[in-house]
Design a protein around this ligand. Structure first.
Ligand code: ZN
Length: 66
């Protein structure tokens, strides 16, 4: 069984909450998996993460996973 991450399954609407760690564990896993396979959403994630960092909503250690 293969899950197609492509058409219609993008996670852009979830990225804001993902950056703020406000998703459910299931959603977090889904976004995480999708970002590895979708360049478009991965690029959006970087932008959202940078914007959140600029706003002081998250600190850089969190973004770096340390
Ligand atoms: Zn996507």
């Amino acid at each position: 069984m293969t899950v197609d991450p492509g058409e219609g399954a993008h996670v852009r609407q979830l990225l804001g909450a993902y950056v703020l760690d406000a998703l459910t564990p299931g959603e977090t896993r889904r976004v995480c998996r999708h970002l590895r396979e979708c360049d478009g959403c991965a690029a959006d994630y970087v932008e959202v993460a940078e914007a959140a960092a600029l706003l002081g909503l998250v600190n850089e250690e969190d973004l770096l996973g340390e």
